[in-house]
Design a protein around this ligand. Structure first.
Ligand code: SF4
Length: 61
């Protein structure tokens, strides 16, 4: 599994870093950065993806 953040879309709300703390972190520009391979299960990744307010997260199986 692989996750990706579109940094052009990310508004830095940090929701994904709370819902999937082992798969996303904030960088110095206050944008989320993916951690690969993701450190969370598929359910947590889906939760992060579904709760991103700007749909910036994509997950590849
Ligand atoms: S949930 Fe979306 S907008 Fe918020 S920090 Fe993560 S990628 Fe960025």
């Amino acid at each position: 599994m692989k996750c990706k953040v579109d940094k052009d879309l990310c508004i830095g709300c940090a929701t994904c870093t709370i819902l999937a703390a082992n798969s996303f972190k904030m960088n110095d520009d206050n944008k989320a950065v993916e951690i690969n391979p993701p450190g969370d299960d598929a359910e947590a990744l889906k939760d992060a993806k579904d709760n991103c307010p700007v749909a910036a997260i994509t997950i590849e199986e």
